[in-house]
Ligand binder design. Structure first.
Ligand code: SF4
Ligand code: SF4
Ligand code: SF4
Length: 338
């Protein structure tokens, strides 16, 4: 147990470890919360900002645009995805942790840039969310708002007190070195109460996933339903880009000047028109089919791919939808439709 000052001490401790690592987390830049390199602990965004940031660890692990293959003017082919040095993620959220595990199942050992960046991750320090946002529903999909595993150190802020948990051998060693005090019964009670309220606040917003899956399968062919829930959609793909578990890319071969060329991977979203455009036609020409695919993929197909729902309840797709479409409401509508 400690104070916010101890989060700074933890940051400095990690910064001074050898070999040095880049510390990456949420920070404010030009008035927006972004995900990037942190130089000082004062840059850290503690707690959740008023709306969930559009960026997530995906932005670092699978950048929006990345070179897979480079060809020089002598036709020598090289792959350019070695990561310089190691990385520490600091202050990421419980839903981010689960999103990374989902991406691991899909991309590890399959996508070279993801695999190499993930391999350079040395330490993860994550923050429990004791004040979930209105848009958060991680409790419904068992992604948060508390942390039990899959990082090295977790911390939670309750008023002026910060509770630290070591969740790996490395994390335990660091917290021992920081010589933090052990919380008393009263402090623990406060933490437990804050955790209970947070879990309640992040739950009960969508139909129970198991029942929802059955409803989605049963109602897949209800064209009237899908036309209705997708009626406001602009097919912009913003929901795909901000979603921490969407992983689709398209490839483009580009000339890079001086006779060199590169095969570049770029994010693409299944709700955009071009996603389904292939040689010889289009496999999801109507917008409602693309809207439906997104929902079915997250709540039905991911189950087969990674053994659980592909939605971590972060609410990014809702927060950053220019048409104001709320995924939670779409799911409730599917459930209500007779
Ligand atoms: S962000 Fe909203 S409008 Fe854009 S594709 Fe997604 S649901 Fe449709
Ligand atoms: S579908 Fe929406 S709520 Fe679910 S993980 Fe993606 S962005 Fe978050
Ligand atoms: S969805 Fe849950 S874990 Fe993610 S930011 Fe919101 S409260 Fe935190």
């Amino acid at each position: 147990m400690g104070s916010k000052e101890d989060i700074s001490r933890l940051f400095h401790y990690i910064k001074e470890l050898t070999p040095p690592s880049s510390i990456i987390g949420y920070k404010v830049q030009e008035g927006s919360v972004v995900f990037g390199a942190l130089e000082r602990p004062e840059e850290l965004v503690l707690g959740l900002p008023p709306r969930i940031p559009q960026f997530s660890p995906k932005y670092i692990l699978l950048p929006p645009e990345h070179v897979l293959v480079h060809v020089n003017r002598d036709y020598a082919v090289t792959t350019k995805h070695q990561v310089a040095g190691s990385i520490v993620l600091f202050g990421i959220k419980p839903c981010d942790l689960l999103a990374m595990r989902i991406l691991d199942c899909i991309l590890m050992a399959r996508h070279p840039v993801y695999t190499s960046t993930r391999g350079s991750l040395k330490l993860i320090v994550a923050e429990e969310c004791l004040r979930p946002l209105e848009t958060c529903f991680c409790g419904d999909v068992k992604a948060g708002p508390l942390i039990e595993d899959h990082c090295d150190i977790a911390y939670a802020i309750v008023g002026d007190t910060v509770f630290f948990k070591a969740l790996s051998g490395a994390g335990l060693g660091i917290l021992r070195d920081l010589r933090l005090s052990t919380p008393g019964e009263k402090e623990l009670e406060k933490y437990m109460e804050a955790s209970r309220i947070a879990t309640e606040r992040a739950s009960g917003k969508i139909p129970v996933p198991l029942a929802l899956r059955k409803e989605l399968v049963d109602k897949t062919a209800r064209v009237d339903l899908w036309r209705d829930v997708s009626r406001k959609c602009l097919a912009c793909g913003s929901c795909n880009y901000v979603c921490p578990t969407c992983f689709c890319i398209e490839l483009e071969d580009m000339l890079q000047g001086d006779g060199e060329a590169a095969r570049v991977a770029k994010w693409i979203g299944c709700r955009t028109y071009t996603y389904g455009l292939v040689a010889g036609g289009h496999f999801r020409r109507e917008l409602y089919t693309r809207y439906r695919h997104f929902v079915l993929h997250k709540f039905v197909f991911y189950e087969k791919q990674v053994g659980r729902t592909g939605c971590v309840g972060c609410g990014r797709c809702t927060t950053w939808c220019p048409a104001g479409i709320d995924l939670k409401e779409s799911l409730r509508e599917v459930s209500r439709w007779k």
